[in-house]
Design a protein around this ligand. Sequence first.
Ligand SMILES: Cc1cc2nc3c(=O)[nH]c(=O)nc-3n(C[C@H](O)[C@H](O)[C@H](O)COP(=O)(O)O)c2cc1C
Ligand code: SF4
Length: 399
Amino acid sequence: MIVSTRTGSLTFAEVAPGKGMDVALARTPADVLRWIDASGLRGRGGAGFPTSLKWELAAKSPGALKYVICNADEGEPGTFKDRVILADFADLVFEGMTIAAYCIAARQGIVYLRAEYTYLRPHLEAVLARRREAHLLGKGIAGRAGFDFDIEIHMGSGSYVCGEETALIESLEGQRGEPRNRPPFPIDTGYLGNPTTVNNVETFAWAACILARGADWFKEYGTAKSTGHKLFSVSGDCQRPGVYEFPLGITIEAFLQEVGGEDAKAVQVGGAAGQCVPRGEFHRALAYEDIPTGGSIIVFGPQRDMLRVAANFLEFFIDESCGQCTPCREGTIKLLEGVKMLQRGQCSMDYLEELCSLGETMQLASKCGLGQTAPNTFLSIVSHFRDEILGRTAAWSPE
Ligand SMILES: Cc1cc2nc3c(=O)[nH]c(=O)nc-3n(C[C@H](O)[C@H](O)[C@H](O)COP(=O)(O)O)c2cc1C
Ligand code: SF4
């Protein structure tokens, strides 16, 4: 089944708000965790960490104060699906957060909302107020003595790295938004040093749906390792950009037919931090076991200049690097210089090899996901579009 906002029918619209929580509260937290585990739900923020395992680890971690954080920072270039979920299905997101709180025994939830989504805040506050009135938040939720949980909204300030969960927590605590060393992980030492689960907006919404409709319903779609549907934000050189829902495991080829991008020469999967997949690999699948993604799909038509693409992403990473560690802070600048040399036709093969080796070092030695993924697109473009990027070196003569 393929549905999209184009047809106006995301699966979320078929799930009655409230049902998931009713089902969850009729069971023990351990049963709810088993239910989520049976569905195979994996984090929709990009890395695909099993949701039940994250919640179970946070549940087992000692501490009386625990937190549920909804990562609504959505800063990855080309991603805008969480915005749609928050605008149209906020109840499901808050329900998923409340179910997570029930599983891990948290008393406080926080939505870390992207600064650019400030306009969504009044709507989200209104949904929260309605839920409090209906005793779905607050003390003794749904008449259950001892189940106290509420959610507050915290605004981000427009920094991409604050989407990384430990930088997000630093920012919430009022510090500079810089990633922490891991371990310890947030499930042990998260917000204010307490066990914390950080999940993507879409992950919470699916968790509520899974409780409402069952693990088997969810698993009916997708692949064995990547169960269920996923939302994708589609932009670039295609006829029908927008937010789409597809079962995980869909091939890029089938995807492009749906969005009207059949003549694409490459597709950027996973935003600036993802990978650039050339036409020759369009048989590959959007799934955790093949090409994982948080949901950003940028289509590059035949006329796109791939060096311009690489330069654009590197400029973004230079702006957004927090500057804490050298491979990321200096490496992004060096790679951009290299791209500019290639654009001028002034980069020798030896130097290009050095740049690739620098990119690989950044992947290994950077402290957080930003620096680890910053060279991905550069490396993919060098590997898959060699003829195109070296074409300009014809007028250049080696020293
Ligand atoms: C630089 C960077 C930015 C990130 N931005 C986001 C984001 O905007 N939203 C998000 O859900 N995850 C983002 N992540 C991933 C989070 O660190 C974390 O893995 C995710 O929120 C976990 O949720 P999930 O298990 O539900 O996928 C980012 C990671 C990095 C390295
Ligand atoms: S990899 Fe980049 S963003 Fe991450 S900690 Fe290092 S400098 Fe900061």
